[in-house]
Write a protein that binds this ligand. Structure first.
Ligand code: 5GP
Ligand code: MN
Length: 339
């Protein structure tokens, strides 16, 4: 875990500087992207600051209930307004990503802007961008890092229910409800602060995890029953879904979230992959147990990246060709694995 004290002064200056502060998260925002964005929003608003929020694209249903989510402007829906927000920002805070390409269409305008840029993130290998980079791959989520930053800048614990709820969503979703990821004793200190803020934990979990369609559950049953291939010699399992299959189950964005984790519950399986057919490319997700570096695998073979145990990539080819590449890569990668 990094020492934040060397950033506190500069951060306080940015947070108190005159002008608007813009908080921007990554494309296809997950619970941690929106959770860390909203948590920082609630803190800065409580300090009387003028704060805007942008997401490069739409929020999924399971995040829309969050306090303040309605204030997040969606770049692909309100381009003119978002360009205007970016151009008038004095400070732009980038949350939960470290590669400017993850801002979608907003990237070009953020890059052009004269605003001071702060990155708050927990992914590996940050790119050299911005005026202040606070990157800590040792925390479980950007939300956890935001809580530590806010506590440091505030000088004491900041207690606010909407803030605590947002943090909790970030932490819970990035750890799979404390199943994976870089969570440790400090995560639980943050969680203790959150729970003491009086949040309704059961309600939040219900809104995040029990918010799907019946079709989504059927799709999950279908993919597990008929599409999961286990390769015992590689201690690996993978699943594929075509566009037609997704259509058959009335797929909406986010429906396949979490599917890639499920094969890891098979005894002996330590590496899991999910292939989703898109128009002109395949979206890949990788998960692993222990020290198997899925991010190295994703970077090396599929132009992707991510965390040690959770990563992804995209490949511009058909599904069959991508699976063939995956199987060849698995063989080559066997020597690099330490399991
Ligand atoms: P997921 O499998 O949930 O889509 O992604 C898991 C993690 O992998 C993300 O949090 C992100 O860090 C990383 N990731 C997913 N897709 C990509 C990609 O196309 N490129 C890069 N660099 N990282 C990705
Ligand atoms: Mn995250």
């Amino acid at each position: 875990m990094i020492d934040l004290s060397k950033y506190t002064k500069q951060l306080s200056e940015y947070f108190l500087a005159p002008g608007n502060i813009l908080l921007i998260c990554h494309i296809n925002p997950d619970g941690d992207a929106i959770g860390s964005q909203l948590a920082l929003y609630h803190y800065l608003k409580s300090m009387g600051r003028s704060v805007d929020m942008i997401s490069p694209n739409n929020l999924q249903e399971f995040l829309r209930w969050m306090d303040g989510a309605g204030e997040i402007r969606i770049f692909t829906k309100e381009r003119t307004l978002c360009r205007d927000i970016i151009s008038r920002a004095g400070v732009i805070v980038l949350l939960d990503f470290n590669n400017t390409g993850r801002m979608g269409e907003a990237e070009e305008y953020v890059k052009k802007s004269a605003a001071a840029k702060v990155i708050i993130d927990h992914h590996l290998d940050p790119s050299d961008f911005g005026d202040l980079l606070i990157s800590d791959p040792g925390v479980c989520s950007t939300a956890e890092l935001v809580h530590r930053i806010v506590t440091a800048v505030n000088g004491s614990r900041f207690i606010n229910k909407a803030y605590a709820e947002a943090l909790y969503v970030g932490i819970v979703t990035d750890t799979g409800n404390f199943e994976h990821g870089a969570y440790g004793p400090d995560t639980f200190r943050t969680v203790a602060d959150i729970l003491e803020s009086g949040i309704d934990r059961d309600r939040i979990l219900d809104l995040v995890y029990n918010n799907f369609s019946a079709d989504r559950l059927r799709l999950q049953g279908y993919v597990l029953a008929t599409k999961m291939i286990v390769l015992p010699e590689y201690r690996t399992a993978y699943m594929t879904l075509t566009r037609d299959e997704l259509k058959r189950f009335n797929h909406v964005k986010g429906d396949t979230e979490g599917f890639v984790n499920m094969p890891l519950s098979v005894k002996g399986v330590v590496f899991s992959a999910l292939f989703i057919e898109k128009e002109g490319f395949v979206k890949l997700s990788f998960r692993s147990k222990g020290k198997i570096p899925t991010n190295e695998f994703a970077t090396r073979y599929f132009n992707g990246g991510g965390h040690l145990n959770a990563s992804g990539g995209e490949w511009k080819a058909g599904l069959d060709e991508t699976v063939t590449r995956f199987l060849d890569a698995l063989d080559e990668f066997r020597e690099l694995r330490q399991d």
